[in-house]
Write a protein that binds this ligand. Structure first.
Ligand SMILES: *Cc1c(COP(=O)(O)O)cnc(C)c1O
Length: 404
């Protein structure tokens, strides 16, 4: 295996092929009028924003979504200049000059943004940056997430009136976000859909992009096709937003070795019909191997005591790499054996129990398949009481990404 660092073997291996495959599944499923925007915020959920954005565009997506203006600028600077980039989070007006310079599409929740942005440009004698239809934006509607966005008919009407004062605006879209598509009461989808339908008639006809699909809503049988854009995030990375673990990956053998509760796993599995392929593997190697006697204390706090003589392996990964202390109950895979972590996870290293002696340099799989076992991100997230979104986006910058 190619090594990103000569000095430390811990690395994430990202399959761009699988990302393409997952995009294709949505391309084949979507309605013909629908566009797909690849969501590459948070370093593409840990996969690496620039390579993922490039491969997604190669696969034919129509645009990109990020959370912040700085993320968008990073993509523009990497040469991705010919594609719309929608910044989905709210941004401050002080950076308006850069937003214009990099041709970004921003999200707005109220009129004061335009007023302050104009004031900012005036202060710097940069009003000449503003030409007609210069600033692209989408209006955010809050239909039940209660995060950001305009909430009532009155607010929409006031907004529609107010934007007429600004000739330099290019109002391209309007969107909302569903709170329960990935889990929670399904009836809440109907509630949000109704609120969307209540507000949309007050949006002017020229605002042509009206969208609400994320990965999960893109598959919604009744509503999904009504969104002009699918903002494709977690499924592009091969994972279900409900963190369902594909049935065939949860074998009796795995359930026993991982002390899994079969019933609670089943309840997370609505049998997603798509054949998504996870794109992220987290690999390392044994950096040190030794035999310890019964009664040996291991790790900070002397948190583990060997009940008998044991083979112990050390792995150069820790919580500063994003392999959090909360993952201490997740076994790692060595030559097809699930090996438990012993004691607490350190900042840069952790210790595991080996079934027998292995050579230093033996490959270790933290996320991914090895032999009969599969450390599938959704399964691990389930075990650690989190979600795969969090687990992958928290793998830190210290871990080099390698692309296959
Ligand atoms: C992150 C995000 C998405 C993508 O959601 P997935 O569940 O990962 O597909 C879509 N829309 C908004 C507004 C988001 O913040």
């Amino acid at each position: 295996m190619y090594r990103a660092s000569e000095h430390r073997p811990t690395q994430a291996v990202v399959s761009l092929e699988n990302i393409k495959h997952n995009i294709k599944l949505y391309q084949n499923k979507k309605a013909s009028h629908q566009q797909i925007y690849a969501v590459v915020k948070a370093n593409a959920y840990g996969h690496g924003a620039i390579p993922v954005a490039k491969v997604a565009l190669e696969a034919g997506v129509d645009g990109l979504c990020v959370a912040t203006v700085d993320e968008a600028i990073q993509l523009r600077k990497a040469g991705l200049t010919n594609t719309p980039i929608l910044v989905m989070g709210l941004t401050l007006p002080y950076g308006i000059a850069e937003i214009l310079y990099y041709d970004l599409t921003i999200t707005v929740s109220d009129l004061s943004f335009f007023e302050q942005a104009f004031y900012q440009l005036k202060k710097n004698q940069q009003e000449n940056l503003l030409k007609d239809n210069q600033l692209k934006f989408h209006l955010k509607l809050d239909t039940g997430m209660s995060r950001v966005g305009v909430r009532t008919k009155e607010e929409v009407l006031a907004f529609v009136e107010g934007v007429k004062d600004y000739s330099w605006l290019d109002w391209q879209g309007v969107f909302t976000h569903f709170a329960t598509a990935g889990g929670g009461p399904l009836s809440y989808i109907d509630y949000q859909w109704e609120r969307w339908q209540d507000l949309i008639p007050y949006i002017p006809d020229f605002v042509s992009l009206r969208h609400f699909d994320n990965s999960a809503m893109g598959l919604h049988p009744a509503i999904g096709d009504h969104s002009d854009i699918i903002r494709l995030g977690i499924s592009m990375y091969g994972l279900s937003s409900r963190d369902s673990v594909p049935d065939n990956l949860v074998t009796d053998r795995q359930i026993a070795a991982y002390h899994l509760d079969k019933d609670s796993l089943r309840s997370t599995n609505p049998n997603s019909e798509l054949n998504l392929k996870p794109a992220f593997q987290l690999l390392s190697e044994l950096s040190y191997v030794k035999k310890v006697e019964k009664g040996t204390r291991i790790s900070y706090g002397a948190s583990y005591e060997s009940p008998e003589d044991e083979w112990i392996g050390t792995i150069p990964i820790g919580y500063a790499d994003g392999w959090l202390r909360a993952y201490a109950n997740i076994p790692v895979l060595v030559e097809g054996y699930p090996c438990p972590v012993l004691g607490v996870i350190n900042m840069d290293q952790l210790m595991i129990r080996l079934p027998k002696e292995f050579a230093v340099g033996t490959e270790v799989t933290l996320i991914g398949q090895d032999g009969n076992y599969n450390n599938h991100p959704s399964l691990l997230a389930h075990m650690a009481g989190t979600i795969s979104y969090e687990m992958l986006s928290c793998i830190s910058e210290r871990v080099p990404r390698v692309y296959i």
